[in-house]
Write a protein that binds this ligand. Structure first.
Ligand SMILES: [Zn+2]
Ligand SMILES: [Zn+2]
Length: 747
């Protein structure tokens, strides 16, 4: 009925002069002033349509004032305030402002990138879902004489709403011209959209799961913190029942009438978690938010959260920004996962911002992991009086008394014969599992058939023309692909250097392991799980489901396989090519390798059958593997923290990385060096490293350089970046792209 979703308030047009200051999706760190007759401070947080240059765009009103630094003649007027979408709340706006300030990113781009795409569009159709309406306070206080002057349809609609909120269908039933009446009443400010009445919760009468003493203690601590800000680090070995702990905490929050936000690292984990939540909380309305959702469901989920229809929001990092007026608990599962950090545009960490959001909402934040990030771990071992302290909640045992930790064994690749990268010991173990009818998992964090094609005569290897990287050989469709920029080409018939036809794949990827295993074990049912095999929507879920039903004997895959999936019949894990991470220059590489190994090992022996993990390495004596073998995270963390302390790396310092890109290496390097020089003059408590080429120097046709800034003090770093950024803005040549990455994950 409301065919025009965008509304104006004509009655206010002549009232006093006011200026709305809007956040717009523009790479400039300021708000934009517009004449906004009739707009009041109550409209802060609302979306509005404005003329901008030659186009019209959607912005968000952040301030309303009556003065502007812009001369009156140059001010343009707001076209429409969108009254059909609820305003963002002051805490939503506070989160955006903090994000903009912390990451030194333009406020308008922060706000607009958080909104669902359907709300950002200047042309928008009506909102999805059934609309509900109610009287506004102004409407309830309306003198009867004012109403008597209105046309009949408006009076009827108004009368119906006096009884309470109503769905649009009931409201307009049998009333001619009701749509028009609705719109006019909204314009007057007498009625407004509202959330449908929420269903109450029937508490599940008996929880299907008996908690251990450790789990009960953890639940009790979170429950006692409901209603105030308190970060927790829920650290438990794999299969210790961490999910069960936060499900109980969620239940307590819901019982208090609060909303819950649950963040997970992988889109692939959301359907599984959605089913789990739906089964446990049948009366709750659960929505998920992630980038693979189509526009309309994503908008509906957003609006459901904002209007209190949704009780639980599950999602990937972008769900962090979902408006939740009654937020009472935040859970960040696998908090150490790098995918919580966005790697383009606004480079925010959803984990870190979730902690800040908990502070704004006065609610507990539960970070969950078997291998916490060293930053979170460090916060959790600080003295109890430290303001940054995260309360540690430890689950030291596997939840099922029968499930024991898997045994770990290193296989020395230099001592054993390997065929196609798989050792004899591992092949023997695979055969035993097949015979027993148990499942095995082979983990290799490299997709494709082989990481390179190699000329047997001159050692030439095809490289990406746009990146400083080799092309990966994909045998299934006979292509060479760049995993950095997506460039692809046919497999060449001969060497590009000496012309020899003798080209052979070098090294193993998932496809090669898959075809070898299929040849080796002809009767085995083999499945590959990587980004290539799970590209189609829902295909990952189907693969995991069939593995769970026991329809697969040997799973081969990348880290997609390592997270969160339970296979009760899986008793063997083989880890191939683990050493690759040890050659990385990145100071976080050991932490990631440890996390990956523990995660993938955690897939084995989750039920009553003991699990075994074989890790193939050429460096069995390496200290990292010693701590992996005992799966002693505390020991690993204390060694790593000591190294970080000595080298002054996080959590003992704060980092920011200036990333520079240009079409020539000379230009990128020159600007990086110049930026470093400019920064050097500002330095107060911040050290700048020399400008250097990025680890992947050329990517997608861009030459890349970087400058690392390091400081012991977060405040000093913030002051430095605030001063440095404008200098870079004024001196950067047009041909240079640059960005400041605060708390970079890879340096
Ligand atoms: Zn490339
Ligand atoms: Zn050659």
């Amino acid at each position: 009925v409301l065919s025009e979703a965008l509304l104006t308030r004509p009655d206010f047009a002549d009232s006093q002069r006011s200026i709305a200051r809007l956040a717009l999706d523009v790479p400039v760190d300021s708000l934009f002033d517009f004449l906004a007759p009739g707009v009041t401070s109550e409209d802060v947080g609302r979306l509005a349509l404005v003329p901008f240059g030659k186009r019209r765009c959607v912005g968000v009103i952040l301030e309303v004032t009556n003065t502007s630094a812009v001369v009156e003649e140059k001010l343009r007027a707001i076209e429409r305030v969108m009254l059909d979408v609820p305003a963002l709340s002051p805490t939503d706006l506070a989160l955006f402002r903090f994000c903009a300030e912390y990451y030194h990113h333009p406020i308008g781009q922060v706000v607009l990138s958080a909104l669902p795409p359907a709300l950002r569009a200047a042309k928008r159709s009506r909102l999805p879902g059934e609309s509900w309406f109610r009287l506004t306070p102004a409407g309830r206080g309306l003198p009867a004489v004012d109403l008597a002057k209105r046309p009949l349809a408006q009076r009827r609609v108004f009368e119906r709403l006096k009884m309470g909120s109503l769905a649009e269908g009931e409201l307009v039933a049998g009333l001619p011209r009701a749509g028009d009446a609705l719109r006019r009443l909204i314009e007057r400010g007498w009625i407004e959209h509202t959330a449908p009445p929420t269903r109450g919760f029937a508490r599940p009468s008996a929880l299907p799961y008996k908690l251990s003493a450790e789990q009960r203690e953890a639940v009790a601590q979170i429950r006692d913190a409901l209603g105030r800000y308190q970060p927790f680090l829920l650290h438990g070995v794999t299969a210790s029942g961490k999910t069960e702990v936060y499900l109980h905490a969620v239940e307590h929050a819901l019982a208090l009438g609060r909303q819950v936000l649950v963040l997970v690292p992988e889109i692939n984990l959301t359907p599984q978690l959605e089913h789990l939540f739906a089964a446990r909380f049948p009366d709750a309305h659960i929505v998920s938010l992630h980038s693979q959702l189509a526009q309309t469901p994503r908008l509906r989920a957003w609006l459901d959260a904002q209007t209190l229809r949704a009780h639980v929001v599950l999602g990937t990092r972008l769900a962090l920004f979902a408006p939740l007026p009654k937020l009472g608990l935040i859970v960040v599962d696998e908090e150490q996962d790098p995918s919580f950090k966005q790697q383009e545009g606004l480079r925010y960490s959803a984990r870190d911002m979730a902690v800040y959001r908990g502070k704004l909402a006065d609610c507990p934040v539960v970070l969950v992991s078997a291998t916490p990030s060293l930053e979170s771990w460090y916060h959790s071992i600080q003295a109890p009086r430290q303001p940054s302290r995260y309360v540690p909640l430890l689950l030291s045992r596997r939840a099922s008394a029968l499930a024991v930790m898997p045994t770990m064994r290193l296989v020395d690749e230099s001592q054993e014969q390997c065929i196609e990268g798989i050792s004899k010991s591992l092949l023997d173990q695979l055969a035993i599992r097949l015979e027993r009818g148990e499942q095995s998992l082979l983990f290799i964090n490299r997709r494709g058939f082989s990481p390179a094609l190699l000329c047997q005569q001159c050692a030439w290897m095809p490289e990406c023309p746009h990146c400083s990287a080799r092309l990966v050989f994909h045998k299934t469709d006979a292509r060479l692909r760049c995993h950095h920029c997506g460039h692809q080409t046919r497999v060449p018939s001969h060497c590009g250097s000496c012309g020899s036809f003798d080209l052979a794949p070098a090294g193993q990827g998932t496809q090669r392991i898959e075809s070898f295993v299929e040849r080796q074990f002809a009767t085995a049912r083999v499945a590959r799980v990587d980004r290539d095999s799970t590209r189609a929507r829902g295909s990952a879920h189907r693969l995991f489901e069939s593995a769970r039903r026991g329809e697969i004997d040997i799973l081969i895959g990348t880290q997609l396989l390592a997270k969160g999936h339970d296979f009760a019949n899986l008793t063997l894990v083989g880890v191939l090519n683990a050493d690759a991470a040890m050659f990385s220059a990145d100071f976080r590489a050991p932490e990631r390798l440890f996390a990956q190994l523990v995660q993938v090992a955690g897939r084995a022996g989750r039920a009553e059958r003991a699990g075994e993990v074989l890790v193939q390495t050429r460096f069995p004596g390496h200290a990292l593997y010693a701590s992996v073998l005992t799966q002693d995270f505390a020991r690993f963390a204390s060694l790593q923290l000591e190294e970080r302390r000595l080298s002054g790396m996080p959590p003992f310092s704060y980092l920011a990385l200036l990333r520079v890109e240009a079409k020539t290496a000379g230009l990128a390097q020159r600007f990086a060096a110049q930026a470093q020089e400019l920064g050097r003059r500002l330095m107060a408590g911040v050290s700048l490293f020399d400008a250097v080429p990025a680890p992947l120097q050329r990517k997608g046709g861009w030459e890349r350089a970087q400058v690392l800034a390091q400081s012991k003090s977060r405040a000093a770093m913030r002051r430095f970046l605030t001063a440095w950024r404008p200098l870079l803005e004024t001196t950067a040549p047009r041909a240079v792209r640059w960005v400041i990455d605060v708390d970079p994950l890879e340096v």
